[in-house]
Design a protein around this ligand. Structure first.
Ligand code: NAD
Length: 269
């Protein structure tokens, strides 16, 4: 069985590092042309390194600067990509940030920053992607679906997280956004799903795995007893975007080493 994304164009937001970079590499390996999105000049060099790795391994792609929380910039990203590749087949809404604090100390700017990138950014990109999918229609030489959207959510779309009210709220809301879009555009053959990672070793959660003590404490939450790797998510994203997953829409798929089995109940409760 071959998983192929040949002839397809995939935008992966926030793909200059971590999970997004792994998804971009995996999708490129499966034949897609990938758009490496980064938010500002500061992350341009990192994005260029990822694109070079992809091209050196025989893949194709382009860079695109866009802050996903800004409407104008998102509209321009889709214009730039469609001008270059003709259309877009796959959107991976991956860009995300954390700005943590105890709830009573949470500032408006911390709240707005996280909701702006993690939720509004996913809304804006999904809206532009669906407009493009509907304009193009189904083209069986690309995919049996008209388009695919993968939201990168989190186990925190169902696990409350003290000290991270903005982040957990953004991920909980992504579930409803994803399911509503799957319902609204199912008849158009647009598939919309979420990947909900547990603890994946990336810069966003460095403080949870940097020292042996922190890692040991994290592993107590993971029945499978290892931290996840970005490649674990890349593998799932390729499957979910491919026609092998054609009957999957409106689903949150947890990929967490069993974290959502609530390991602490193995000895208590
Ligand atoms: P990361 O910090 O490596 O990646 C986040 C990416 O988002 C970066 O490349 C960053 O440049 C980009 N970004 C930030 N603001 C942006 C903006 N305004 N516009 C465009 N891009 C922007 O961390 P990661 O772990 O790879 O996170 C990727 C996604 O996975 C996030 O949505 C995160 O919430 C989610 N997630 C991560 C974990 C984990 O354990 N690492 C677990 C669950 C969910």
């Amino acid at each position: 069985m071959e998983i192929s994304l040949k002839n397809q164009v995939a935008i992966i937001t926030g793909s200059s590092s971590g999970i997004g970079a792994a998804i971009a590499k995996s999708m490129a390996e499966s034949g897609a042309s990938v758009v490496i999105n980064y938010p500002s000049e500061n992350s341009k060099d990192k994005a260029a390194v990822i694109l070079k790795e992809i091209i050196d391994s025989g893949g194709t792609g382009m860079l695109c600067q866009c802050d996903v929380s800004k409407e104008e910039e998102v509209i321009n990203m889709f214009k730039e990509v469609t001008a270059n590749y003709g259309t877009v087949d796959i959107l991976v809404n991956n860009a995300g940030i954390q700005v943590d604090s105890p709830f009573t100390e949470m500032t408006m700017s911390a709240w707005n920053a996280v909701i702006g990138v993690n939720l509004t950014g996913q809304f804006l990109c999904a809206r532009e992607a669906i407009k493009e999918f509907l304009k193009r229609g189904i083209n069986p030489s690309r995919s049996v679906a008209c388009g695919k959207i993968i939201h990168i959510s989190s186990v925190h779309e169902i696990i409350p997280w003290a000290g991270h009210a903005n982040y957990a709220s953004s991920k909980g809301a992504i579930r409803m956004l994803m399911q509503t879009l799957a319902q609204e555009y199912g008849a158009d053959r647009i598939r919309v799903n979420s990947i909900c990672p547990g603890a994946i070793q990336t810069p966003i959660n460095k403080n949870a795995w940097e020292t042996k003590q922190e890692l040991d404490s994290l592993l107590k939450l993971i029945p499978y007893n290892r931290i996840g790797q970005p490649q674990d998510i890349g593998n799932l994203a390729v499957f979910l975007a491919s026609d092998l997953a054609d009957y999957i829409t409106g689903a949150s798929i947890f990929i967490d080493g069993g974290m959502t089995t609530f390991e602490s109940f193995s000895t208590g409760g």
